[in-house]
Write a protein that binds this ligand. Structure first.
Ligand SMILES: NC(=O)c1ccc[n+]([C@@H]2O[C@H](COP(=O)([O-])OP(=O)(O)OC[C@H]3O[C@@H](n4cnc5c(N)ncnc54)[C@H](O)[C@@H]3O)[C@@H](O)[C@H]2O)c1
Length: 314
């Protein structure tokens, strides 16, 4: 099978490519290598992929490249390119979120429509729920994003439904919940905790640390994503992809300290606008439709990320 992967050099994208290549598929890997975080890290991610002659890199921006030409003849597109991060999505940064999460996704959906793409998988987010009236959230819970980032992800989903309803574009949107593991983005909490604790530096902790996150290990996200691209599932669909390990930030920090073997020095700062209090997702739909369930428990996942981040082993 031939897969188009957007955002292929990013955290999740590079793991999806690794898995597809390991299973003998052809991959067209698209990434702009933008500087939201160090492009050198993205080059490392790309460089870690086995170039077995089955991967073609396209270093281009989705906003400008000829997607019809690229998409022609592919079996599925897995659209992971986007502008992540809740806290930076305010103020003047919002334009970038609109461009990379809405406009770029619209270009992907248009090209998918024109090339009759057999399946389109979209990376959405638990951020579409905002501060939900009750937890855990199901896919039918109300959506009320608490950040501009969440608004752009919900807009992407809504665009996808209009392409599905008018043109039968076969869309599956996956709402990822806090993904972690090797190659995690350096702006994400777990990555920062591990680096800081290992260096004996203070960890900046927003609010009281009692925020709860449903951490999802990256290989579980990859498995759900590839299943969503290949299995016979009704479209359009939206599915929560959550790890089932809802834990406080304080507890994660304690575990990081324990596994690194150092005391954790905490520097408390106020809660950040856009940060929700809780995330937690019901995954019954993904279990049923994708015959999927998360396999990596939090303690094991943290150890694996830590080994990779501090010692370079996967
Ligand atoms: N990591 C998480 O916890 C999480 C949670 C929910 C949703 N998501 C979504 O999953 C997707 C992947 O997240 P990630 O953590 O791997 O992020 P990432 O930043 O590591 O990867 C995104 C990649 O997309 C590329 N990109 C962005 N805009 C582009 C464009 N217009 N054209 C070409 N390439 C472009 C970037 O260069 C980057 O390499 C994102 O859409 C994100 O919003 C991630």
């Amino acid at each position: 099978m031939k897969y188009m992967i957007t955002g292929a050099a990013g955290f999740i994208g590079s793991h999806v490519c690794t898995e597809l290549l390991a299973n003998g598929h052809d991959v067209v890997a698209i990434d702009a290598f933008n500087d939201y975080y160090s492009p050198a890290l993205k080059r490392d991610n790309a460089g870690s992929l086995d170039d077995n002659g089955h991967i073609t890199w396209v270093e281009e921006d989705l906003l400008f490249c000829d997607l019809d030409r690229l998409f022609d003849g592919a079996d599925a597109v897995i659209h992971l390119a986007g502008q992540p991060g809740v806290r930076l999505s305010w103020d003047r940064h919002f334009d970038v979120y609109v461009e990379r999460n809405i406009t770029a996704s619209q270009r992907v959906l248009e090209a998918a429509r024109r090339t009759n793409m057999p399946r389109v998988v979209l990376a959405s987010s638990s951020s579409v729920y905002g501060n939900a009236p009750s937890y855990p959230t199901t896919e039918t819970s109300p959506t009320r994003p608490f950040s501009p980032y969440g608004v752009t992800k919900l807009a992407m989903e809504q665009l996808a439904w209009s392409y599905a309803d008018n043109w039968n574009v076969p869309v599956v949107a996956l709402r990822y919940f806090t993904v972690y593991g090797p190659r995690q983005r350096p702006d994400m909490g777990m990555h920062k905790f591990i680096s800081k604790v290992a260096r004996g530096e203070p960890v900046q902790l927003f609010g009281d640390g009692q925020q709860i996150r449903d951490f999802t290990y990256v290989s579980d996200v990859v498995a759900a994503t590839i299943r969503a691209a290949t299995l016979e599932v009704p479209t359009p669909s939206v599915l929560n992809v959550a790890g089932g390990s809802s834990t406080t930030v304080n507890e994660v920090l304690r575990l990081v300290g324990e596994y690194v073997g150092r005391d954790v020095i905490v520097h408390r700062v106020p809660e950040q606008p856009g940060d929700v209090r809780v995330t937690g997702g019901v995954i019954d739909r993904a279990r049923r439709m994708l015959d999927w369930s998360p396999a990596v428990p939090l303690a094991e996942g943290i150890k694996r990320q830590l080994l990779h981040q501090l010692h370079g082993s996967e």
